[in-house]
Design a binder for this molecule. Structure first.
Ligand code: FAD
Length: 569
């Protein structure tokens, strides 16, 4: 039987991959295949339910990768969740639609990319089908500026049908105001500081979660030039045998549901969109990576690309519980976004200075912890850019989500947004069934814990500030017996390390940066050293964004699709 041949093969039918598949297959003369390890989940109620966050965890659609023991954080491993389904992680995520600080996207320019917030904004809008809130929703806190939203894209973005009422939003607004944190009527504008009631990737007219497959695939299944291979696990790329100095990928080998090996041929390009905890592994399995990693495992080096799998960054989340005097119904998310000055007050300038003075030591420690792959000077440059983002551009660094109490209990969750720690991910075997070594190095660098502690203290202050303090009547986790009111950093640090989890915002494992800075792809997503392999997913973000990832990933994928089209026009 002859091997099926396509112009483009996309590995991973997830958040980013389905955008590419959709846009490329708009041209009926172009053929596109998607290889997706999971199944379709159109009728899976763990996915579709608007209030079902968490239900899919631990089920067959959650990869639930396990990290290495985290030596700087109590030596425990962490579960790293990611969606295994058509639609990828967008089928199991929290649905928060929140972009980035404009200065964060602008900073990508400093690492060699021709991208700015202004050039990405049209793509955020292109992807979006923004459903304007109803009058009733506006009264419950839904707020926006129309110039920042698109209404003709595929991705439904709106506020939940049944929002939390009973003045909960205005109670929070008064609380944050009392802490000098202003109302932000449009946090998706590139300026995030303040309190807001955020929109979600949610289809209000159907009252269903919106995921990448619902937005970008199901309405387009009749396209004869778009084939999706479900339950198909990509093993590696194949290369053409020509002698050119840049490698040309001509196909993908995968195993089907029965475990049988199959392959597809690509005549134009192969796009890796398997997620930040998979795409770098597929590169390594295909011979693109650090020779020291590959040769050890008997994999022939096709492209010497030392930084594949390096630069891994994530954030750390903590939940705290309260007794509540009042119960609420309805869905909705309420966030306070604080910057460095908000959390460190008068001490910010001195703190900034001390962190700046630590950057060399951070670089040294990172080089050591990641096996001497990245060099000190390069890391120092990256850390200086990050320091500028935090202390000069004053991007928000603390996210505090206050959930409306129910069943006499309230929940506040929070995380630090701009940790410096960097780890890595690498294959441990040429056999794809052996799990990779994933090491985010949580809390390796002391800024990260200081940021987490400052966020924790701020969250506790939110709970004890009126009028919210009339509703949240007592902290039960950690509780003042475990972490007293004036607890030291050491006490806070011990508790935070004992309870933290991954925030699931893993990025940068095939970073979009100049080669000299340790990049794996250029600003057109093309893998250095290859003629026709791109990575389009969370692997490419060079720095963390303070928003949640999907909005930015949809925008980046829309942009990437335009670039792929242009390069074959
Ligand atoms: P994915 O969407 O993960 O797509 C990768 C796809 O590739 C998957 O379908 C996978 O099955 C497939 N794949 C992997 N390996 C192979 C292989 N070898 N062969 C074939 N297919 C393969 N972001 C937000 O914006 N808002 C939120 O509220 C939010 N909450 C989150 C909550 C959780 C629990 C998690 C895990 C993440 C959350 N995020 C959130 C983050 C966000 O959802 C992800 O960063 C984003 O969806 C990742 O998109 P991606 O395109 O990089 O990869």
């Amino acid at each position: 039987k002859s091997t099926p041949r396509y112009d483009y093969i996309i590995v991973g039918g997830g958040t980013s991959g389905l955008v590419i598949a959709n846009r490329l297959s708009e041209d009926p003369t172009v053929s596109v295949a998607v290889i997706e390890a999971g199944d379709q989940v159109f009728n899976n109620t763990n996915v579709t339910s608007a209030s079902g966050y968490g239900r899919a965890f631990g089920t067959e659609i959650d990869w639930a990768y396990e990290s290495e023991a985290q030596v700087y954080a109590g030596n425990k491993t962490q579960i790293l969740r990611a969606g295994k389904a058509l639609g990828g992680t967008s089928t199991i995520n929290g649905m928060t639609y929140m972009r980035a600080e404009s200065s964060q996207i602008d900073s990508w320019k400093k690492v060699g990319n021709n991208i700015t917030w202004d050039s990405l904004l049209p793509y955020y809008k292109k992807s979006e089908y923004f459903e304007y809130p109803t009058e009733a929703q506006v009264l419950m806190g839904a707020s926006y500026l129309p110039e920042f939203h698109g209404t003709e894209g595929p991705l439904a973005v709106s506020w939940p049908t049944e929002m939390v009422g009973a003045n909960f939003s205005s109670t929070l607004n008064a609380t944050f105001k009392a802490m000098d944190l202003p109302w932000n009527g449009e946090a998706n504008s590139g300026y995030m500081r303040g309190y807001n009631v955020f929109p979600k990737t949610f289809d209000r007219s159907l009252d269903l979660r919106e995921d990448a497959a619902r937005a970008y695939y199901y309405p387009f299944t009749t396209r004869p030039n778009l084939d999706v291979y479900l339950n198909s696990f990509a093993q590696r790329l194949t290369w053409s045998n020509d002698n050119s100095s840049v490698a040309f990928a001509n196909g993908v080998v995968f195993t089907d549901k029965s475990g049988a090996e199959q392959s597809l041929l690509a005549t134009k390009e192969v796009v890796l969109s398997a997620g930040s905890l998979r795409s770098p592994l597929l590169l390594e399995l295909s011979g693109v990576g650090n020779p020291a990693v590959l040769e050890n495992l008997g994999i022939e080096v096709k492209v010497d690309s030392p930084f594949v799998g390096e630069n891994l960054q994530d954030q750390t989340t903590v939940d705290t519980d309260y007794n509540a005097s009042q119960n609420f119904t309805g869905a909705g998310g309420f966030i306070g976004y604080f910057n460095a000055t908000d959390v460190w007050g008068n001490g910010t300038a001195a703190f900034s200075k001390s962190i700046k003075a630590s950057l060399e030591q951070y670089a040294n420690k990172t080089v050591q912890a990641t096996g001497d792959i990245t060099d000190r000077e390069t890391l120092l440059k990256l850390f200086k850019i990050q320091h500028e983002l935090i202390f000069e551009d004053e991007v928000v660094i603390s996210e505090i989500i206050v959930n409306a109490p129910s069943a006499s209990a309230g929940l506040i969750e929070y995380w630090g947004l701009m940790p410096f720690s960097r780890g890595n991910i690498h294959i441990k075997s040429a056999n794809t069934s052996v799990p990779a070594a994933i090491n985010p190095n949580y809390f390796m660098l002391d800024y990260d814990m200081k940021q987490q502690i400052a966020t924790a203290r701020t969250a506790r202050k939110v709970a004890s500030t009126a009028p919210l303090s009339n509703i949240l009547t007592g902290e039960t986790l950690p509780g003042l017996d475990v972490v007293p009111q004036n607890a030291s950093d050491a006490v806070w640090g011990d508790w935070l390390k004992s309870v933290y989890r991954s925030n699931y915002h893993y990025i940068s494992t095939a970073a979009m940066m100049s080669k000299e800075l340790g990049g794996v792809v250029d600003d057109k997503h093309l893998v250095y050293g290859t003629a026709n392999v791109r990575v389009v997913d969370a692997s490419v973000l060079p720095f963390q964004v303070s928003g949640h990832l999907t909005s930015t990933l949809y925008a980046l994928a829309e942009r990437a699709a335009d670039m792929i089209k242009a390069s074959h026009a």
